[in-house]
Design a protein around this ligand. Structure first.
Ligand SMILES: Cc1cc2nc3c(=O)[nH]c(=O)nc-3n(C[C@H](O)[C@H](O)[C@H](O)COP(=O)(O)OP(=O)(O)OC[C@H]3O[C@@H](n4cnc5c(N)ncnc54)[C@H](O)[C@@H]3O)c2cc1C
Length: 459
């Protein structure tokens, strides 16, 4: 196979995040010769620095909150938070001490050749890694993901601020924490740390928490977070940041905010630079790569017939489930198999705050901007039987966005809001008419019954 610094293979996958790992695994199991290139940890952001460690923190913080709620439901209890248990679960169960042996072995068992180093496209069908050029007969698949971004705030660069890659390794809690960015990561982690007793200030230039979601969500979450002790400050101007012996000092709307540590969670930057895309006429100075419905990369609107892309760099939802979904489309396409084309009408998004925020499809604003004849209905979860039975911790809502008999979007906030979302995702994905959803039977008493109430209010 190798010829000096050259090797001929069927497929090269650059970046082994969730989608790249799945692609390499499936194609190798289908009998193709596959090289998977990874410069960091096989598995990518999700298992080591993203979904899994953050959800271990959140699970622990939710357990604390739920225990504190017993005072209102079952009698007083005392609880002594111990972050050591969280840090240990992250280290041993989620990340194996940030060691990717298990994930690498899964690929090796499937027959993938795992090559360590930075992969770079050096011409059509050719990828160079550490001096060896791999020529791919069938496909090159890009899954290079994103890295944490930071806003251009005066003084921020050069300070020892945390990103998600640092926060998952925290062994000892700071006394106070400022969080820049009230998106999903900022909101989730602010609540988790506050529940462990950290004084958290959550800051965002946007006028609400989770600004990409329905406005009702931002208002509800701001209240809930405040109850957890988070100082929520949205719509602010963050003028400068400095760091000294006393920690961080931020100038926010002309006033100081001080905190021992600072977490920056203001967005992600696609890792498209240094990937050699210019050598094949693909513009790398973009937020996301354009792809066709088979996940093949488009250059100037034309399909590059040997180049596929999956994951965050595609910009159809920066989630593990979208990366894996896109991988299944790409695998079918590379193997020349028939199957459904990529369809992004019903990408579910869940923010794991308490209450969880799940949403799918279009928000009301997006639907209006798309020129749809929009009708909406919103129901407070506390109005449902399950809501009042549940009592404390029952905050939430269902919001539906429809055009005639077509459900365009839905938001489900509440305990297990991300789980209730699944039926709404099915409805949008399967184009189930609003009238059919109205005619179905909903179990009593469940949070999902609020979907029926919202459907009734749609008129
Ligand atoms: C704190 C946090 C919490 C999150 N929680 C959730 C969640 O609950 N649910 C959810 O669905 N998503 C969550 N996400 C998002 C999720 O982590 C990503 O969407 C997911 O990892 C998919 O990314 P990806 O497939 O694009 O690749 P990534 O996971 O970003 O992996 C890309 C890989 O490519 C490698 N690479 C890059 N360039 C090169 C190169 N040139 N050569 C070789 N290797 C290269 C990198 O080292 C990396 O390992 C979270 C993210 C963060 C940061």
């Amino acid at each position: 196979m190798t010829d000096g610094g050259m090797a001929d293979v069927d497929v090269v996958v650059i970046g082994l995040g969730p989608g790249g790992e799945a692609t390499a695994n499936k194609l190798a199991r289908a009998g193709l010769t596959v090289v998977g290139v990874e410069r960091g940890l096989v598995g990518g952001e999700c298992p080591y620095y993203g979904c899994n460690p953050s959800k271990i923190m959140i699970r622990a913080a939710d357990a604390l909150a739920e225990t504190r709620r017993t005072a209102q439901l079952a009698g007083p209890t005392t609880v002594e938070p111990d972050w050591d248990l969280v840090a240990e679960r992250i280290r041993t169960e989620a990340t194996h001490d940030w060691d990717d042996t298990q994930s690498t072995n899964r690929l090796l068992e499937a027959g993938v050749t795992v090559v360590r180093g930075h992969g770079r496209v050096v011409g059509a069908r050719s990828v160079e890694v550490e001096g060896t050029t791999y020529r791919a007969r069938k496909a090159v698949v890009l899954n290079t993901g994103t890295c944490p971004g930071a806003p251009p705030i005066d003084g921020l660069e050069g300070t020892p601020y945390w990103t998600n890659r640092d926060v998952v390794k925290v062994a000892e809690l700071p006394r106070s924490l400022a969080v820049l960015g009230a998106g999903p990561i900022g909101a989730e982690l602010s609540q988790a740390f506050a529940r462990f007793g950290v004084e958290v200030t959550l800051l965002d230039v946007a006028d609400r928490v989770l600004s990409a979601e329905e406005p009702e969500v931002g208002a509800l979450l701001a209240e809930v977070l405040a109850k957890d002790g988070v100082r929520v400050r949205t719509g602010v101007d963050i003028e400068s940041v400095s760091h000294g012996d006393a920690g961080f000092r931020l100038h926010v709307d002309g006033e100081p905010v001080v905190a021992e540590e600072l977490l920056v969670a203001t967005g992600r930057v696609p890792q498209l630079q240094g990937l050699g895309l210019d050598t094949v006429g693909v513009d790398a100075d973009v937020r996301h790569l354009e792809t066709d419905t088979q996940m093949r990369v488009l250059a100037d609107g034309r399909t590059v017939d040997w180049l596929w892309a999956v994951g965050d760099i595609v910009g159809k939802g920066a989630f593990t489930h979208t990366s894996i979904y896109q991988s299944s489309v790409a695998v079918r396409s590379i193997l020349g198999k028939d199957g459904p084309e990529a369809d992004f009408r019903a990408v579910p998004r869940v923010t794991y705050t308490d209450p969880e925020v799940g949403s799918v499809g279009l928000t009301e604003q997006q639907a209006r901007e798309a020129g749809r004849d929009v009708r909406t209905a919103t129901v407070d979860l506390a109005e449902s039987a399950r809501g009042w039975l549940h009592e404390v911790g029952n905050r939430g809502l269902i919001k539906l966005v429809a055009d005639g008999d077509e459900l365009l979007g839905a938001t489900s906030v509440g305990p297990a809001g991300g789980e209730v979302l699944s039926m709404l995702t099915t409805a949008i994905h399967g184009r189930v008419p609003v009238s059919t959803l109205r005619s179905m039977i909903y179990p009593y008493p469940t949070f999902s019954e609020s979907v029926r109430s919202a459907l009734a209010r749609l008129g």
